[in-house]
Design a protein around this ligand. Structure first.
Ligand code: ATP
Ligand code: MG
Length: 309
Protein backbone atom coordinates (compact mmCIF):
# COMPACT_ATOMS: atom_id res chain seq x y z
CA UNK A 1 0.00 0.00 0.00
CA UNK A 2 1.45 3.37 -1.00
CA UNK A 3 1.82 6.27 1.39
CA UNK A 4 -0.58 8.28 -0.77
CA UNK A 5 -3.15 5.57 -0.40
CA UNK A 6 -2.69 5.62 3.38
CA UNK A 7 -3.22 9.37 3.45
CA UNK A 8 -6.31 8.96 1.29
CA UNK A 9 -7.81 6.52 3.77
CA UNK A 10 -7.44 9.02 6.60
CA UNK A 11 -7.09 8.48 10.35
CA UNK A 12 -9.89 5.96 10.71
CA UNK A 13 -8.59 3.87 7.84
CA UNK A 14 -11.81 4.18 5.86
CA UNK A 15 -11.65 4.84 2.16
CA UNK A 16 -13.74 7.57 0.63
CA UNK A 17 -16.19 9.54 2.74
CA UNK A 18 -15.36 10.23 6.39
CA UNK A 19 -18.55 8.46 7.37
CA UNK A 20 -17.57 5.13 5.84
CA UNK A 21 -17.84 2.39 8.45
CA UNK A 22 -15.32 -0.30 9.40
CA UNK A 23 -11.65 -0.58 8.66
CA UNK A 24 -10.10 -2.23 5.70
CA UNK A 25 -8.25 -5.42 6.79
CA UNK A 26 -5.42 -4.65 4.40
CA UNK A 27 -5.04 -1.21 5.96
CA UNK A 28 -5.19 -2.71 9.48
CA UNK A 29 -2.42 -5.13 8.53
CA UNK A 30 -0.38 -2.24 7.15
CA UNK A 31 -0.78 -0.24 10.38
CA UNK A 32 0.16 -3.26 12.50
CA UNK A 33 3.25 -3.92 10.44
CA UNK A 34 4.25 -0.27 10.76
CA UNK A 35 3.71 -0.35 14.54
CA UNK A 36 5.74 -3.54 14.89
CA UNK A 37 8.47 -2.12 12.68
CA UNK A 38 8.64 1.01 14.86
CA UNK A 39 8.82 -1.06 18.05
CA UNK A 40 11.38 -3.51 16.72
CA UNK A 41 13.53 -0.77 15.22
CA UNK A 42 14.46 0.12 18.82
CA UNK A 43 16.17 -3.27 19.08
CA UNK A 44 19.58 -3.67 17.48
CA UNK A 45 19.63 -7.49 17.25
CA UNK A 46 16.78 -10.00 17.37
CA UNK A 47 17.66 -13.63 18.10
CA UNK A 48 15.38 -16.68 18.20
CA UNK A 49 16.30 -19.65 20.42
CA UNK A 50 14.83 -22.91 19.20
CA UNK A 51 15.18 -26.66 19.12
CA UNK A 52 13.36 -29.50 17.45
CA UNK A 53 13.11 -31.33 20.75
CA UNK A 54 11.44 -30.58 24.09
CA UNK A 55 13.28 -30.39 27.39
CA UNK A 56 16.78 -29.90 25.97
CA UNK A 57 17.18 -26.61 27.84
CA UNK A 58 16.10 -23.94 25.33
CA UNK A 59 14.57 -21.76 28.03
CA UNK A 60 17.55 -22.26 30.33
CA UNK A 61 19.95 -21.33 27.54
CA UNK A 62 17.82 -18.37 26.37
CA UNK A 63 17.46 -17.10 29.94
CA UNK A 64 21.09 -17.38 30.98
CA UNK A 65 22.42 -16.16 27.66
CA UNK A 66 20.27 -13.09 28.20
CA UNK A 67 21.65 -12.73 31.74
CA UNK A 68 25.24 -13.13 30.52
CA UNK A 69 24.69 -10.44 27.88
CA UNK A 70 23.04 -8.11 30.43
CA UNK A 71 25.96 -8.62 32.81
CA UNK A 72 28.33 -7.25 30.18
CA UNK A 73 26.30 -4.01 30.28
CA UNK A 74 24.16 -4.67 27.18
CA UNK A 75 20.47 -3.76 27.29
CA UNK A 76 18.63 -7.03 26.81
CA UNK A 77 15.00 -8.09 26.38
CA UNK A 78 13.92 -11.68 26.96
CA UNK A 79 10.65 -12.63 25.29
CA UNK A 80 9.09 -15.99 26.15
CA UNK A 81 6.75 -16.95 23.30
CA UNK A 82 6.03 -20.37 24.81
CA UNK A 83 2.28 -19.87 25.16
CA UNK A 84 1.52 -23.31 26.63
CA UNK A 85 4.47 -23.75 28.98
CA UNK A 86 6.08 -20.40 29.78
CA UNK A 87 9.04 -21.15 32.06
CA UNK A 88 11.13 -17.97 32.04
CA UNK A 89 9.28 -16.28 34.98
CA UNK A 90 10.08 -19.27 37.22
CA UNK A 91 13.72 -19.40 36.13
CA UNK A 92 14.24 -15.80 37.18
CA UNK A 93 12.06 -15.99 40.30
CA UNK A 94 9.50 -13.62 38.75
CA UNK A 95 6.43 -15.83 39.13
CA UNK A 96 3.29 -14.05 40.25
CA UNK A 97 4.40 -10.68 38.87
CA UNK A 98 1.83 -8.93 36.71
CA UNK A 99 2.16 -6.59 33.80
CA UNK A 100 1.33 -2.88 33.84
CA UNK A 101 0.05 -1.16 30.75
CA UNK A 102 0.71 2.46 29.75
CA UNK A 103 -0.68 4.12 26.61
CA UNK A 104 -1.75 0.81 25.07
CA UNK A 105 1.70 -0.68 25.63
CA UNK A 106 2.67 -3.48 28.02
CA UNK A 107 5.60 -2.78 30.33
CA UNK A 108 8.03 -5.68 30.64
CA UNK A 109 9.25 -6.81 34.07
CA UNK A 110 12.77 -5.70 34.95
CA UNK A 111 15.32 -8.17 36.27
CA UNK A 112 18.37 -6.27 37.50
CA UNK A 113 19.54 -3.18 35.68
CA UNK A 114 19.80 -4.34 32.07
CA UNK A 115 17.34 -7.17 31.54
CA UNK A 116 13.62 -6.84 30.77
CA UNK A 117 11.34 -9.84 30.55
CA UNK A 118 7.96 -10.54 28.93
CA UNK A 119 6.16 -13.85 29.08
CA UNK A 120 2.70 -15.30 28.70
CA UNK A 121 3.30 -16.50 32.27
CA UNK A 122 2.78 -12.92 33.51
CA UNK A 123 -0.64 -12.77 31.86
CA UNK A 124 -2.06 -16.00 33.29
CA UNK A 125 -4.02 -15.48 36.48
CA UNK A 126 -2.99 -18.79 37.98
CA UNK A 127 0.27 -20.57 37.26
CA UNK A 128 -1.59 -23.76 36.51
CA UNK A 129 -3.93 -22.09 33.97
CA UNK A 130 -3.91 -23.98 30.71
CA UNK A 131 -3.90 -22.05 27.47
CA UNK A 132 -5.80 -23.80 24.72
CA UNK A 133 -5.22 -21.81 21.60
CA UNK A 134 -5.03 -22.69 17.97
CA UNK A 135 -2.52 -21.33 15.49
CA UNK A 136 -4.19 -18.01 14.52
CA UNK A 137 -4.73 -17.00 18.15
CA UNK A 138 -1.13 -17.82 19.01
CA UNK A 139 -0.03 -15.76 16.03
CA UNK A 140 -2.04 -12.78 17.25
CA UNK A 141 -0.68 -13.09 20.83
CA UNK A 142 2.88 -13.20 19.52
CA UNK A 143 2.15 -10.26 17.24
CA UNK A 144 1.00 -8.32 20.29
CA UNK A 145 4.16 -9.23 22.18
CA UNK A 146 6.30 -7.97 19.30
CA UNK A 147 4.22 -4.87 18.67
CA UNK A 148 2.94 -3.72 22.06
CA UNK A 149 5.73 -4.34 24.57
CA UNK A 150 7.50 -1.13 25.50
CA UNK A 151 11.06 -2.45 25.74
CA UNK A 152 12.70 0.90 25.16
CA UNK A 153 16.00 0.80 23.28
CA UNK A 154 17.66 -2.64 23.43
CA UNK A 155 20.90 -4.10 22.17
CA UNK A 156 19.46 -7.62 22.02
CA UNK A 157 16.04 -9.22 22.08
CA UNK A 158 16.30 -12.94 22.87
CA UNK A 159 13.15 -14.88 21.96
CA UNK A 160 12.59 -18.25 23.64
CA UNK A 161 10.29 -20.60 21.74
CA UNK A 162 8.55 -23.84 22.65
CA UNK A 163 9.85 -27.15 21.24
CA UNK A 164 9.61 -27.93 17.57
CA UNK A 165 9.03 -25.93 14.47
CA UNK A 166 5.34 -25.23 15.02
CA UNK A 167 3.13 -22.16 15.27
CA UNK A 168 5.21 -20.09 17.67
CA UNK A 169 8.63 -20.00 15.98
CA UNK A 170 6.90 -19.87 12.60
CA UNK A 171 4.81 -16.87 13.72
CA UNK A 172 7.94 -15.05 14.90
CA UNK A 173 9.65 -15.75 11.57
CA UNK A 174 6.61 -14.63 9.60
CA UNK A 175 6.19 -11.46 11.63
CA UNK A 176 9.88 -10.51 11.60
CA UNK A 177 11.32 -12.08 8.48
CA UNK A 178 15.01 -12.94 8.25
CA UNK A 179 15.51 -10.92 5.06
CA UNK A 180 18.28 -8.47 5.75
CA UNK A 181 17.01 -6.13 3.07
CA UNK A 182 14.00 -5.41 5.35
CA UNK A 183 14.56 -2.57 7.82
CA UNK A 184 13.71 -4.88 10.74
CA UNK A 185 14.83 -8.50 10.50
CA UNK A 186 15.63 -11.51 12.64
CA UNK A 187 19.41 -11.73 12.95
CA UNK A 188 19.28 -15.47 13.32
CA UNK A 189 18.66 -18.52 15.45
CA UNK A 190 20.52 -20.22 18.27
CA UNK A 191 19.75 -23.93 18.13
CA UNK A 192 19.94 -25.89 21.37
CA UNK A 193 20.62 -29.60 21.55
CA UNK A 194 21.80 -32.26 23.99
CA UNK A 195 24.52 -34.74 23.08
CA UNK A 196 22.10 -37.65 22.52
CA UNK A 197 21.45 -38.97 19.01
CA UNK A 198 17.69 -38.51 19.17
CA UNK A 199 17.99 -34.85 20.12
CA UNK A 200 20.56 -34.33 17.40
CA UNK A 201 18.21 -35.71 14.77
CA UNK A 202 15.41 -33.36 15.84
CA UNK A 203 17.80 -30.45 15.91
CA UNK A 204 18.83 -31.10 12.33
CA UNK A 205 15.16 -30.51 11.52
CA UNK A 206 15.35 -27.10 13.25
CA UNK A 207 18.32 -26.18 11.10
CA UNK A 208 16.40 -27.21 8.00
CA UNK A 209 13.47 -25.07 9.25
CA UNK A 210 15.81 -22.06 9.52
CA UNK A 211 17.12 -22.67 6.04
CA UNK A 212 13.65 -22.91 4.56
CA UNK A 213 12.88 -19.52 6.10
CA UNK A 214 16.25 -18.16 4.98
CA UNK A 215 17.18 -17.46 8.59
CA UNK A 216 20.88 -17.58 9.47
CA UNK A 217 21.84 -20.11 12.14
CA UNK A 218 24.06 -18.16 14.53
CA UNK A 219 25.17 -21.40 16.11
CA UNK A 220 24.44 -24.62 17.98
CA UNK A 221 24.73 -24.94 21.76
CA UNK A 222 25.20 -28.38 23.27
CA UNK A 223 23.45 -28.32 26.64
CA UNK A 224 23.68 -30.97 29.37
CA UNK A 225 27.15 -31.80 28.11
CA UNK A 226 29.11 -33.38 30.98
CA UNK A 227 28.22 -33.07 34.68
CA UNK A 228 29.51 -30.49 37.17
CA UNK A 229 30.02 -32.01 40.64
CA UNK A 230 28.21 -29.64 43.02
CA UNK A 231 30.82 -30.41 45.72
CA UNK A 232 34.14 -30.01 43.92
CA UNK A 233 33.08 -28.30 40.66
CA UNK A 234 34.83 -30.89 38.50
CA UNK A 235 33.21 -31.62 35.12
CA UNK A 236 32.67 -35.34 34.38
CA UNK A 237 31.55 -36.72 31.03
CA UNK A 238 28.69 -38.97 32.17
CA UNK A 239 27.04 -39.13 28.76
CA UNK A 240 29.02 -38.89 25.59
CA UNK A 241 29.53 -35.29 24.61
CA UNK A 242 30.69 -33.57 21.46
CA UNK A 243 27.72 -34.73 19.34
CA UNK A 244 26.43 -31.16 19.02
CA UNK A 245 29.76 -29.95 17.71
CA UNK A 246 29.99 -32.79 15.19
CA UNK A 247 26.42 -32.19 14.06
CA UNK A 248 27.10 -28.44 13.67
CA UNK A 249 30.14 -29.22 11.50
CA UNK A 250 28.12 -31.73 9.47
CA UNK A 251 25.36 -29.17 8.89
CA UNK A 252 27.85 -26.39 8.15
CA UNK A 253 26.79 -24.09 11.01
CA UNK A 254 28.92 -22.54 13.79
CA UNK A 255 29.27 -24.24 17.18
CA UNK A 256 28.78 -21.87 20.12
CA UNK A 257 29.81 -24.12 22.98
CA UNK A 258 28.82 -26.64 25.64
CA UNK A 259 26.89 -26.09 28.86
CA UNK A 260 27.38 -28.84 31.47
CA UNK A 261 24.63 -30.46 33.56
CA UNK A 262 24.68 -28.47 36.76
CA UNK A 263 22.12 -29.30 39.46
CA UNK A 264 22.43 -25.73 40.76
CA UNK A 265 20.72 -24.46 37.58
CA UNK A 266 17.44 -25.83 38.89
CA UNK A 267 18.01 -24.31 42.34
CA UNK A 268 18.81 -20.79 41.14
CA UNK A 269 15.26 -20.06 39.93
CA UNK A 270 13.79 -21.28 43.20
CA UNK A 271 15.54 -18.50 45.12
CA UNK A 272 14.80 -15.80 42.53
CA UNK A 273 18.39 -15.28 41.49
CA UNK A 274 19.99 -15.80 38.14
CA UNK A 275 22.47 -18.64 38.00
CA UNK A 276 25.25 -16.16 37.31
CA UNK A 277 24.37 -14.08 40.39
CA UNK A 278 24.40 -17.15 42.60
CA UNK A 279 27.34 -19.03 41.07
CA UNK A 280 29.26 -16.44 39.07
CA UNK A 281 32.60 -18.22 39.43
CA UNK A 282 31.43 -21.68 38.36
CA UNK A 283 32.47 -23.43 35.11
CA UNK A 284 28.79 -23.34 34.09
CA UNK A 285 28.61 -19.54 34.39
CA UNK A 286 31.86 -19.34 32.39
CA UNK A 287 30.29 -21.60 29.74
CA UNK A 288 27.30 -19.24 29.36
CA UNK A 289 29.61 -16.24 29.14
CA UNK A 290 31.67 -17.98 26.45
CA UNK A 291 28.58 -19.02 24.49
CA UNK A 292 27.42 -15.41 24.12
CA UNK A 293 30.73 -14.22 22.69
CA UNK A 294 29.62 -14.65 19.03
CA UNK A 295 26.49 -12.64 19.89
CA UNK A 296 28.58 -9.87 21.42
CA UNK A 297 30.76 -9.97 18.31
CA UNK A 298 27.68 -9.19 16.20
CA UNK A 299 28.04 -5.62 17.44
CA UNK A 300 31.35 -5.44 15.64
CA UNK A 301 30.35 -7.33 12.57
CA UNK A 302 26.87 -7.70 11.05
CA UNK A 303 25.59 -9.63 9.09
CA UNK A 304 25.46 -12.78 11.15
CA UNK A 305 27.83 -15.73 11.13
CA UNK A 306 26.03 -17.88 8.61
CA UNK A 307 24.90 -16.13 5.47
CA UNK A 308 21.51 -17.09 4.19
CA UNK A 309 21.45 -20.78 3.33
N1 ATP B 1 22.61 -27.57 31.95
C1 ATP B 1 21.64 -27.94 32.78
N2 ATP B 1 21.94 -28.51 34.00
C2 ATP B 1 20.97 -28.90 34.84
N3 ATP B 1 19.67 -28.77 34.60
C3 ATP B 1 19.31 -28.22 33.42
C4 ATP B 1 20.27 -27.77 32.45
N4 ATP B 1 19.61 -27.28 31.38
C5 ATP B 1 18.30 -27.38 31.67
N5 ATP B 1 18.12 -27.95 32.89
C6 ATP B 1 16.85 -28.28 33.54
O1 ATP B 1 16.12 -29.13 32.63
C7 ATP B 1 14.75 -28.80 32.64
C8 ATP B 1 14.31 -28.45 31.22
O2 ATP B 1 14.98 -27.26 30.84
P1 ATP B 1 14.25 -26.14 29.99
O3 ATP B 1 12.92 -25.83 30.56
O4 ATP B 1 15.22 -25.04 29.82
O5 ATP B 1 14.08 -26.93 28.63
P2 ATP B 1 13.24 -26.50 27.33
O6 ATP B 1 13.96 -27.08 26.17
O7 ATP B 1 13.00 -25.05 27.34
O8 ATP B 1 11.90 -27.27 27.62
P3 ATP B 1 10.55 -27.12 26.76
O9 ATP B 1 10.78 -27.91 25.53
O10 ATP B 1 9.51 -27.70 27.66
O11 ATP B 1 10.35 -25.66 26.48
C9 ATP B 1 14.58 -27.66 33.62
O12 ATP B 1 14.18 -28.18 34.85
C10 ATP B 1 15.97 -27.05 33.73
O13 ATP B 1 16.21 -26.46 34.99
MG1 MG C 1 11.18 -23.98 27.25
Amino acid sequence: MSENEVRERGQDGSKGSPGAKGRDPQFEAYLEKEAMGRRMSQVKHRILVLSGKGGVGKSTVACYMAVSLARTGKRVGLLDVDIHGPSIPKMLGLEGRSIDAVDNAMLPISFGDNLKVMSMGFLLTHQEDAVIWRGPLKMSAIKQFLKDVEWGPLDYLIIDSPPGTGDEPLSVCQLIPARQEDSVFLDGAVVVTTPQELALLDVKKSITFCRKLQMPVLGVIENMSGFVCPKCGEVTEIFKSGGGERMAAEMGVPFMGRIPIDPRIVEAGDVGESFQQAYGNSPTAAAFNKAVQPILDMEKETPAAEKKA
